[in-house]
Design a protein around this ligand. Structure first.
Ligand code: SF4
Length: 428
């Protein structure tokens, strides 16, 4: 989102500086200021710099290390000092329980640029607006897509009204997100659609993007060509919530052209794909077009829970999809299947059974730890069952705490994690 805003601002003639707090190429980070280096792996993936820091008061009794991910405060301040005093500082936010890092970024921005307004947007700001307004220290907190709400504010601050403002829902009108800012990236995140037609009880996709809209396939292809030809990008990561929906008029024509043109690119889908959309032709296209990382949102082998919570899986769907994927050429180790763990009241037996089920179906199980999300249909039940005051403080919405799990113990969590690693053939 922030990179889309940066691209729109640049299109309007604004000068944009970008300090990426998760940068792995930061000049100081690569020198490993705090001991742990930022390790890079294939396809542009890797670890972020991790610095253990004191736990917030509410997490003192949790037997886990609390860490900051990303550049250090010193590196961040150096990054800010290296740029001209801006008219405004825009800060984005992701998971609700990561807000302490956002607050620190805001505090430091204000320390380096006193008097410069700080505008906070993003997922935390949208889902926990009251909390952000009360505690973040930002001068302005924007809820919802920033492309809709930030312009009047920037006009008030700068006195300049951007002439070009695309509509938030029509991504084809947007300039490409500014991955080409200094310190950029060796991969590009692609969004070919916004929103999701499903309404899974544990998800807040509809709060963040109420309508499901898709870009034109030819516009997506133009973007892939742009990054490939101009910046030699070969790794593309789809961040759609529903990439395969309406596949015949959306992903099929995109992948057919990639195959026809023999583009030497690789695709990755860390956001889950819909299992039911996999048929033999779709599996063939995914394989031939160069999908290297694929993940599916299976969630649980408990079909009654699917009927209650999402309606997106029936008995036999996973086996069928994996059969098509294997026939297309994927190896079992390439077929990642997410299993939700720690749902309100969920017993660990269900998670253990789901891991075995995925393994038996021929996929690789990955645990997706449930985070209670404000605004999701399951939120009231999550608040009711949580062991922590998740509504009062988003810090407790952290999935690592398994705040809502039924028969919870840290030993059980460890056992389940070992079961997953064993199922994937990793050492425990
Ligand atoms: S969990 Fe996935 S399928 Fe369900 S609503 Fe969210 S994005 Fe859509």
């Amino acid at each position: 989102g922030l990179l889309y805003l940066a691209a729109i601002l640049r299109r309007n003639g604004f000068a944009v500086d970008f300090v990426d707090c998760l940068a792995t190429r930061h000049p100081e980070t690569s020198g490993g200021l705090n001991g742990e280096r930022s390790k890079r792996r294939k396809f542009g993936t890797g670890n972020f710099l991790r610095t253990p820091i004191p736990k917030p008061a509410g997490l003192k009794d949790v037997p886990k290390t609390y860490s900051r991910y990303g550049i250090t405060p010193e590196e961040f301040k150096a990054g800010l000092k290296a740029i001209e005093r801006p008219a405004a500082v825009l800060v984005t936010s992701l998971m609700t329980y990561w807000y302490p890092g956002v607050f620190e970024a805001i505090r430091l921005a204000k320390e380096i640029f006193p008097g410069v307004p700080v505008i906070l947007g993003g997922i935390y700001a949208t889902l926990c607006t009251d909390h952000a307004q009360e505690h973040s220290g930002a001068d302005f907190v924007l809820s919802g897509p920033g492309e809709e709400t930030v312009w009047p504010l920037l006009k008030d601050i700068t006195g300049c009204a951007p002439a070009f403002i695309p509509k938030a829902q029509t991504l084809d009108d947007h300039p490409y997100p500014a991955f080409n800012l200094p310190g950029g990236s060796d991969y590009v995140c692609l969004i070919t659609s916004r929103g999701c037609p499903f309404r899974c009880a544990y998800c807040a996709s509809h709060k963040l993007a109420p309508l499901f809209t898709q870009r034109a396939p030819e516009a997506v292809l133009r973007e892939i060509y742009y990054w490939y030809h101009k910046y030699h990008i070969q790794d593309f990561t789809f961040y759609d919530d529903a990439l395969l929906i309406k596949k015949k008029v959306h992903i099929w024509p995109i992948l057919e052209e990639v195959i026809r043109e023999k583009l030497p690119v690789r695709f990755h889908t860390p956001n889950a794909l819909h299992i039911r959309e996999i048929d033999d032709y779709t599996a063939y296209l995914l394989f031939r077009a160069g999908f290297k990382t694929i993940r599916f949102g299976f969630e649980t082998a408990n079909m009654a829970r699917h009927r209650d919570m999402d309606g997106k899986i029936c008995e036999g769907d996973l086996m069928q999809a994996i059969k098509y994927l294997r026939q297309a050429g994927f190896e079992a180790k390439e077929i990642g299947v997410y299993i939700l763990s720690g749902l309100p009241g969920q017993e660990w037996r269900e998670v253990a059974y789901s891991i075995d089920y995925v393994k038996a179906a021929g996929g690789m199980p990955y645990l997706a730890e449930y985070s209670p999300i404000p605004g999701s249909p399951l939120w009231p039940k999550a608040v009711e069952t949580a062991r922590f005051p998740i509504a009062a403080d988003p810090i407790y919405q952290n999935n690592s705490l398994f705040p809502c799990a039924g028969d919870f113990s840290w030993e059980t969590v460890q056992r389940i994690k070992m079961q997953v690693r064993a199922a994937r053939g990793l050492s425990c």
